[in-house]
Design a protein around this ligand. Structure first.
Ligand SMILES: NC(=O)c1ccc[n+]([C@@H]2O[C@H](COP(=O)([O-])OP(=O)(O)OC[C@H]3O[C@@H](n4cnc5c(N)ncnc54)[C@H](O)[C@@H]3O)[C@@H](O)[C@H]2O)c1
Length: 373
């Protein structure tokens, strides 16, 4: 147990991996201004830190100037506060559903990651979630058009959609390619998220086609790993929380739904590739193709790894959620086809669930406290 790497070691290795995998694409960012909207969340954790890590390798004049907007609806994370002194990072409290700040200036690249991704929390804030995915996006698309008219065009805008736009795919559409149209409820408890992302994509496609806005779309499939706070109420943090509290792992489904879990460092490489070299108006699945594992199998893997890493002695027990809508419209299987990102962007995820879960659990061991928000 004493020989475990620390969370800091894990994060540093991942940042190094991300910069190495993106050596060619990151050249496009040198000396450029990048705006990250919604940068205080899970994906923001590595999106922000990978840019600051890249900056440590660049001469001062070539550093990326990173600005983060976030409304901090789920709090200001400690990791972001700790980065506040960095000369290449500007933090702005801004709600993307409000008019953009006066005199915000020109940006070369923009990432719109402002939304609420955890089902528990988007169901708590459904209207805020829809507004960020649709109205917030619209403000950014309009801004891109204004910048074009002003002669300072944005070179790339990344919009975060989701694999949830496919809803609960029929068996013949699994694994799921980008061309699948989806099987989605427009009124169910998850619709605020799924449908607003779908409309967000429609906005992006039409602004790309009609106005030449260089907007590209990512469809993430179940990312996990460092930065996903233990109180987030997504499945892995819930399991990690049980393990680190020394109690049994509580399984809130029958354990049968399956997912392909994509480790965050692999996913971040995919997202930057879409931003920097993706095609305008196009969507890309970002995930891993296999293994597709059930929630029961995930729990068993977490138990086995935690036993090895921390001497954990708990087991998996099934329980009904106190939230009656917890499993309503929950997809049975989710598994991507990633040929488009592979062929067009050279996306090639490398970190399988054994290594990824190990890294995530070590990170949770050092990050077992987080605010309940
Ligand atoms: N993590 C995944 O596996 C995954 C999967 C599918 C889609 N996505 C999408 O990727 C993006 C980022 O995901 P994440 O996991 O980091 O989400 P997250 O919920 O952890 O973080 C989102 C961030 O956006 C901020 N935000 C929310 N509304 C805002 C607003 N109106 N103005 C400004 N900031 C606002 C929140 O404060 C938070 O810091 C989201 O659009 C999400 O829907 C993520």
């Amino acid at each position: 147990m004493n020989t475990l790497p620390s969370a800091t070691d894990i994060v540093q290795e991942d940042l190094e991996f991300i910069c190495r995998e993106l050596e060619k694409e990151f050249k496009l960012l040198e000396g450029k201004k990048l705006l990250l909207i919604g940068g205080a969340g899970f994906l923001g954790y590595y999106l922000v830190q990978s840019i600051l890590h890249l900056n440590t390798k660049l001469p001062a004049g070539s550093a990326v100037e990173l600005t983060v907007y976030d409304n901090f609806i789920r709090g200001v994370p400690d990791w972001l506060t700790a980065l506040e002194g960095d000369a290449t990072l500007t933090l702005v409290k801004h709600d993307i559903t409000h008019p953009l700040p006066e005199g915000m200036g020109a940006f070369d690249y923009i990432i719109h990651a402002a939304s609420i991704a955890s089902p528990t929390f988007y169901r708590k804030y459904p209207i805020e979630t829809m507004d960020a995915n649709v109205n917030g996006l619209r403000l950014i698309l309009d801004y891109c058009m204004q910048m074009k008219d002003a002669g300072t065009p944005v070179s790339g805008l990344l919009y975060y959609s989701t694999s949830e736009i496919y809803g609960d795919p029929s068996p013949e559409n699994i694994p799921t390619p980008e061309s699948y149209r989806g099987n989605v409820s427009c009124t169910g408890p998850r619709a605020c998220y799924d449908e607003s992302k779908r409309y967000g994509e429609t906005l992006c496609v039409n602004f790309a086609q009609q106005h030449g806005v260089p907007v590209r779309i990512a469809r993430p499939f179940n990312n996990y790993g460092p930065g996903l706070k233990i109180t987030d109420k997504r499945v892995l943090p819930d399991f990690a929380r049980d393990v680190l509290a020394g109690r049994d792992i509580i399984m809130l489904s029958d354990g049968k739904p399956t997912r392909t879990f994509c480790y965050i460092a692999d996913a971040i490489v995919g997202y930057f590739k879409i931003l920097l070299v993706g095609r305008d108006g196009e969507s890309y699945n970002i995930g891993i193709e296999q293994p597709e594992i059930s929630m029961a199998e995930l729990a068993d893997r977490v138990v086995a790894l935690s036993k090895e890493l921390f001497g954990y002695t708990g087991q998996v027990v099934k329980q009904d959620s106190s939230d009656s809508a917890y499993l309503v419209d929950n997809p049975n299987r989710r598994c991507p086809v990633i040929d488009k990102a592979r062929d067009e962007l050279g996306y090639d995820p490398k970190i399988g669930p054994d290594e990824g879960l190990r890294r995530a659990l070590i990170w949770y061991n050092d990050n077992s406290e987080a605010e309940e928000a």
